[in-house]
Design a protein around this ligand. Structure first.
Ligand code: GDD
Ligand code: MN
Length: 389
């Protein structure tokens, strides 16, 4: 991290003392993720200088993944700033925008952090108000919202982006009704959070929606909102792409399946869809003249392969790293077939030794082997990888 010189005390002294709302020095760290924003950062620092330090002592941390000269432009513009400015430049953009913000959270030492974009779609003049609202309401999280009275999404370009943004908001609120109660704009990238409410080690950000990540994984107790008008981009282009949309869906799945019970449910649903290729395969093989018993065994492998692919892409996507795919697929297939082989002696045990009727015994055996298979798949195929730093 490179930090540029702090201004002399007397420069700060020129500001009227009664305008300083929150007394402690460095009360807020403004975290700004940047990816090729060289045409924006000078104006951004200028507007922060105009509206923040006179009302709230601040420092600015850029977390940069740029391939252009953004860090150099920041270094030069920082010379005119009456507050500390630093740049953390990352060689690998792990986690994208969200990963960058978490890096900034780790570096911050102040009571409050504010996260905002570098392209001036988020008005810097609102930074002191976000923190002041948090202080006066006792909130841990203060969201700058486009969807609360007084806010607007003026700068959201075009009907397509408006529709996508609205659909994403509804979907997300539907999936996390409790964590997102009190947040009208969970897609917002502009918010203030009390640092004591952030558990950086619990975070596993993936792409743009860092507010969602914080709200769901850190569960701030009290949440407040401040309306804001989403402005037009000052210069350059949005970095959000179709790939970012896909990443967002993966992020939703990861957040929603953080609890084992939710994973068990998804595992079961995916397992159910495996009936389709299984039965289709059985039909094709027996029609081709194969005896039904070898056909059952082969068709079962089709269902296993189908389940494996879906689980890899959806449920265990972030837990694939530590084992080769061939290793994973063989382990998975072994477990799936062991399930089949285990079930018959288990049913025999339930019926023969414990005297259960055949139907409930079969249902119980199905349930038991399913839960066992889930646990074994988690432990032996996708054991939780160490968190990336
Ligand atoms: N470090 C880093 N790494 N910064 C990034 C990356 C990345 O991979 N991708 C984007 N950024 C930075 C950009 O440089 C910019 O400062 C900020 O993140 C937002 O990126 P934009 O490309 O301008 O995003 P947007 O305007 O499409 O989306 C913004 O508004 C949405 C609301 O409609 C973001 O704030 C979204 O989070 C928000 O949902
Ligand atoms: Mn933007």
């Amino acid at each position: 991290m490179s930090t540029f010189p702090k201004p002399a005390e007397d420069e700060l002294g020129e500001l009227e003392p009664d305008l300083r709302e929150v007394p402690e020095p460095g009360a807020v760290t403004v975290i700004i993720p940047t990816f090729n924003e060289s045409a924006n950062v000078r104006e951004l620092l200028h507007r922060i200088t105009e509206s923040v330090p006179s009302r709230l002592p601040c420092e600015v941390v850029f977390v940069d993944d740029s391939t252009d000269d953004t860090p150099q432009v920041i270094a030069s513009a920082a010379q005119d700033c009456p507050f500390p400015v630093s740049v953390i430049h990352r060689d690998r953009p792990d986690g994208g925008l969200g990963g960058a913000v978490v890096e900034g959270l780790r570096a911050a030492g102040s009571d409050w952090v504010v996260v905002m974009d570098a392209d001036l779609q988020h008005p810097p003049s609102l930074v002191p108000e976000l923190v002041a609202t948090g202080e006066s309401t006792g909130a841990d999280l203060v969201v700058a919202s486009r969807y609360t009275p007084g806010g607007s999404r003026a700068g959201l370009a075009g009907g397509y982006r408006i529709a996508v943004s609205r659909a994403a908001t509804w979907l997300t609120k539907g999936l996390f009704p409790r964590s997102l109660r009190g947040i009208s704009d969970p897609m917002s990238g502009f918010f203030a959070m009390r640092r004591s409410a952030v558990t950086a080690s619990a975070l596993q950000p993936l792409g743009y929606k860092i507010l969602l990540e914080l709200a769901v994984r850190c569960r701030p107790r009290v949440i407040a909102e401040v309306p804001f008008v989403f402005q037009d981009r000052f210069a350059g282009e949005s970095k959000s792409t179709a790939r970012e949309g896909w990443r967002f869906l993966r992020h939703l799945v990861e957040l929603r399946t953080a609890a084992p019970v939710a994973r068990l449910l998804v595992f079961g649903l995916i397992g159910l869809t495996g009936f389709v290729p299984n039965l289709l395969g059985l039909y094709a093989l027996t029609s081709a003249g194969l005896h039904y018993l070898p056909a059952e065994i082969l068709a079962n492998q089709l269902g296993v392969a189908w389940n494996f692919l879906l689980l890899e892409v959806l449920l265990f996507r972030s837990r694939r790293g530590h084992r080769h795919w061939l290793d994973r697929s063989l382990r998975f297939a072994a477990l799936a077939n062991a399930d089949l082989v285990l079930r018959i002696p288990l049913i025999a045990l339930l019926v023969g030794v414990w005297g259960m009727a055949v139907l409930p015994a079969t249902a119980l055996a199905l349930l038991l082997t399913f839960v066992l298979r889930f646990a074994a798949t988690e432990a032996l195929v996708y054991s939780r990888r160490r968190r990336r730093r």
